[in-house]
Design a binder for this molecule. Sequence first.
Ligand code: ADP
Ligand code: MG
Length: 565
Amino acid sequence: TKEDLKKKLAKIDGKGYKAYEDLQGEYVFEKFTLCIDHVQGDPFAPPSRIRLKVPQSIAGFEVSMYNKPSRQVALEDFLTRAVFEVIKKLPSVKGTGHSGDIYIDKGGQQIIKRSAMVVSKDYVEARLSIGLPAFGRRINSSGAQRILFEFLPQIVEEALLKKSLKVRDIWLWVETAEDQDYLRSKLKERGLVAFVADGSILPRESGISDKPLKGDNVVPFESPASLRVELQLPNRGKITGMGIPQGVTLIVGGGYHGKSTLLQAVQKGVYNHIPGDGREFVITVADAVKIRAEDGRRIEKVDISPFINNLPNKIDTTRFSTENASGSTSQAANIMEAIEIGTSLLLLDEDTSATNFMIRDTRMQKLIAKEEEPITPFIDRVKQLYKDNGISTILVMGGSGDYFDVADCVIKMHNYRPYDVTQQAKKIAKEFKTNRQVEGNVAPVVINQRIPLKKGLEIKGKKIKSKGEDTIKFGYQEIELNYVEQLVDRSQTNAIGEIIRYMADRYVDERSSIKEILEKVYRDINIKGLDVISPFYGKHPGNLALPRLQEIAAALNRLRSFTIK
Ligand code: ADP
Ligand code: MG
């Protein structure tokens, strides 16, 4: 019990830091059980991992707050943020290194399944890290006593019991998330790939902040009448906004009028957002993938032949490999890999695309014969991708009107407001013929399922560890994920590292495709919870947030040792 912990603490006061290891174990407090799962080796090492386990009979959350996946994830998210708020106002316990640090992994603007909190019908369990305090390398028991016997009970009391929380806010979280998932599930039957609610706030505070832009100059989103749709949500009721239809949609408009901002909101719309974010009801089909040029990336045996053919030196583009892709080949590979893992919507922005991948106009066709140009530009594939493969595209293109010929819908952004200019664009396309030759053959884009080999996933050096949001250290290698734009949380990056190790140990059998392997991982997560991917399953599993299949595949595809059969 808690008295044992007190005694142990008294005994080790002033001793060398290692003696803290005696604290490992479980202790019963009045309202919770404290599990000290891992004690750090010294004050500078990553803080110790603990869990606070509150029986649901004491926590008191109604079953209806967590009896559906959408609600459960949202309640867990809410409680994680509540813990964070309590931690923020705690007084500090000072000392060397991480002494006195208390941390919960609360995440950013998205609501994502994460390991920091688990709510079930039996208990509420928070996973925290604490820096056990020391002076120099000597144990500071009175500091530890404050954290363990004052601060932790206060966290439980103020953040993990229903009676201490604003129940209206809990319902707001839970119902908003449920509405978001519901809306996302209805897009397809409404013939839509994305929805942007009227009143949404799309712009962000800055290039490095995902929080909403504030101030009088912010223009709330307002749908054009012709694209306005109305939906009925289970909690919020009626909602209106712009429905982006399936097919090929162009976003046009002058520079600085809000095109990229709209696309960026749509690409994040694969995730739910917290109340107050401004993008709560910017909802996109769950499998949408942002595609961009990424020169320098590695490509491993990808069939990019729908876009790239007849390379110099007769290089085979049906199993194309390179250590250093060009802008256009990287963009082609990004598309083919997205199709391989499964997608119904591609998102492209002229700002981050390779020009020669996007367009090849009449004059260039006259000067450079088709036989001399390996690239079949995206403009000649985009319609076909929709017709044959059911893959829609939303494309920001302010620089070339050639795409008017292939667009089903054209949205113009002007002063941050959208206008439906489809008819105008069609009329212009008829009036000013480009006389472009349509290039490429008519053969449909075939999906090639690649099978990974075990040897490419062996970890040389010691371990897998994420370094910030954009890098995974994989033994001696680094996986660079800066251009994987829909990876939004460093704990997702952590999780991807764990998943790669987890799948390599279990499911890479030289017969299963990448997609089959990842689906097995997801099946395990669905049954046993996100913790299953951690080597510390059953204890504090580390800070993890659920990534999409698409981002895990993206990491594999960027791993330099990754080998395909
Ligand atoms: P474009 O892609 O058309 O050149 P951007 O989307 O990059 O334009 O937007 C240009 C600037 O306008 C950005 O700084 C962005 O934050 C800001 N912005 C975008 N939408 C809005 C809005 N609705 N209200 C206020 N500012 C906005
Ligand atoms: Mg732009």
